[in-house]
Ligand binder design. Structure first.
Ligand code: GLU
Length: 487
């Protein structure tokens, strides 16, 4: 059997960690098995739909490097892949279920449903439809339809017995039919399908072999199985993925921190790091290893390696992954990843000149080790392109020194140290700096800090000697002289 899996989000919100974990696992499963990964837009809920959510879906998957084989923009043999373009198909199937006696027309209006709901809440009963219209005679139904009464179509959930299905991860799951949502709506009064109907009709016609989705969909699965059986179709294999929790054991949510992929992207995470970390949420690959490229994962993913236990989302661990990936990047890749953040701060244009690029490339080896997030890059490189404002005397003077001592340091730096550093190797430079500190009788840090602030305008900068080399000795000396002037 050909493996065909899908990610079927509803464009009613930004893509979040849980969603893209589902997308990633489906994608990896397709790749490991030489199957197809399908993207399907479940946009039946038109009230919560927004085009930017749809755009965010495409952008996010693309950013993460998750490619789909069939989908809204790509087409494919079983399209269209947008549910709002398939309404006729769902309607036809809802009517078929009615004809088979497996679904029925319901004419209850909103008011009545609200009344039932109130009574149920008051009596602490489980909410749900009371199946009133399930008992209408054929003649009553016909009469109502002829009168043009608004109606929905509901699934006839068996009243007794149980529905059993197998889950590749959780094993056999048996659901008593009396505990299943009593007769959910399949087709709404405006002719729109609900999730349950559209989802299974599409999975069937798109020849989906495995449904891999979050565990919150388990209660829907018996309903789906009932429908598949009613149609006489075989249902796909199910695999409900382990939950993703925060450190406190609650379902991951905004309370824990960033959850939308956009936030991580804007906060300076690399897609490779995020993909790698997400791939670890509820799955394992090889023993004792946790750094994997997407390419590697594409052949390593196994259903048997999924965990039953919930995955805990650890922001610190993700941060660690991000650092690892940044350290492993070559200059050009890091440059390309950091540039958008640097131009966003107005430090460089989005398309820097040759000279600007060369300068920025030169500083990459210096900042690589110090970055946790790409968002830190702008502040580290700003001094190379924008002259810092004249420093405050208080910032320039180290705690243990006074104005005179600081002046002495800066003067010596401008007159001897910086000219002396020119043409020296890293090690030779270090020696010279240490000797200078000794000569002045000050600690190394107390020597470096005023120079750093004078040259870069910041307490945190890439290693100073390297920074000066890239900035140019002349410009660095000029900045030091300007700092001396404020003392
Ligand atoms: N549209 C559903 C969602 O938003 C799809 C669930 C499923 O995979 O069946 O997640």
């Amino acid at each position: 059997m050909e493996v065909r899996v899908r990610y079927a989000p509803s464009p009613t919100g930004m893509q979040h960690i849980g969603g893209v974990r589902t997308a990633l696992f489906n994608y990896l499963f397709a790749r490991t098995n030489g199957g197809k990964f399908i993207l399907r837009l479940e946009d039946t809920d038109r009230t919560r739909y927004a085009p930017e959510y749809e755009q965010n879906l495409f952008d996010t998957l693309e950013w993460m490097g998750i490619e789909w084989d069939e989908g809204p923009d790509k087409g494919g043999e079983y399209g269209p892949y947008i549910q709002s373009q398939r309404f006729e198909l769902y309607k036809k199937h809802a009517l078929e279920l009615v004809k088979m006696g497996r679904a029925y027309y319901c004419f209850c209006d909103a008011e009545r449903l609200e009344r039932i709901r109130k009574i149920q809440t008051m009596n602490k009963m489980a909410p749900g439809y009371d199946r009133e219209c399930r008992h209408l005679s054929e003649a009553e139904v016909r009469a109502n339809l002829e009168k043009g009464l608004p109606h929905v179509i509901r699934l006839k959930v068996p009243l007794e017995g149980a529905t059993l299905f197998h889950d590749a991860l959780l094993g056999d799951i048996e659901w008593k039919n009396e505990d299943i949502n009593p007769d959910p709506v399949l087709l709404k009064s405006d002719g729109f399908p609900t999730y349950h109907l559209a989802n299974i009709v599409d999975d069937h016609y798109m020849k989906i072999s495995h449904v891999m989705r979050a565990q919150e969909w388990i209660p829907s699965t018996p309903l789906h199985v009932i429908m598949y059986r009613a149609f006489g179709w075989e249902h796909p294999e199910y695999c409900h993925l382990p939950m993703v929790m925060g450190q406190d054991g609650q379902k991951l949510s905004k309370r824990h921190g960033a959850t939308s992929v956009n936030e991580f992207r804007n906060n300076g995470y690399l897609p490779e790091a995020l993909v790698n970390y997400i791939a670890m949420l509820g799955a394992s690959y090889e023993d004792g290893r946790d750094i994997y490229s997407l390419k590697e994962l594409e052949s390593l993913f196994r259903l048997e390696k999924l965990n039953k236990a919930p995955a805990v989302f650890d922001y610190k661990k993700l941060e660690w992954f991000n650092g690892q990936y940044m350290r492993a990047m070559d200059d050009e890749s890091l440059y390309r990843a950091a540039l958008p953040f640097i131009s966003k701060e107005g430090i460089l244009p989005t398309e820097p000149s040759e000279r600007e690029k060369a300068k920025l490339m030169e500083v990459m080896p210096l900042i690589r080790e110090r970055l946790h997030f790409l968002t830190e890059a702008p502040e580290m490189v700003r001094f190379l392109f924008i002259e810092p404002a004249a420093p405050n005397p208080e910032d320039l003077i180290p705690k243990k020194l006074d104005q005179e001592g600081t002046k002495k340091i800066l003067t010596l730096a401008a007159e001897e140290l910086l000219p002396g550093l020119e043409g020296k190797t890293e090690e030779e430079g270090d020696v010279l700096v240490r000797e200078t500190a000794e000569k002045l009788g000050v600690k190394l840090g107390d020597l470096m800090m005023p120079i750093r602030i004078a040259v870069t305008g910041s307490r945190v900068s890439p290693p100073l000697i390297g920074s000066i080399r890239i900035l140019g000795t002349k410009e660095a000396i000029a900045r030091i002289n300007r700092a001396i002037a404020v003392l």
